[in-house]
Ligand binder design. Sequence first.
Ligand SMILES: [Zn+2]
Length: 144
Amino acid sequence: MSPERLYPPVQCLRCGFENELGDRYCKQCGASLTGPTPVTKPKADPALISIIVTVAGTLFIPLAGGVVGLILAYRALRGARTSGGQRGSEKLAKTAVIVGWGGVALGVLPLCMLMTMSGAQLGISACEGLFQALSDMLPAGLGR
Ligand SMILES: [Zn+2]
């Protein structure tokens, strides 16, 4: 045994043969010494899921689909940021947020048009306020 060896030898789990540290496979039986390589399953990006929810949801339940998709998109964005991109790409999450707002706007737009067409001044100003809020929140959500 060489004196500079600082680490215990790596014992094979299958046959017990002592391999050198750094060996990846047992010299005796060929079993993997590092264990099954942790396969990082390509988990679906949460941002991608939120985009799907937004698009599919908006088709079926316009406003609710957009809102749910948007909530998921912001969660994906937060997750992507706090994990440094480990839990999904931030770029995709930002796209998801934009898609989410688009879904919300698509859901709200017909309501606004209806109210506007009915000539209610209240409806017009409510819609103006709503879209003002939307345009304020979008950059706020995307900014750091
Ligand atoms: Zn072995």
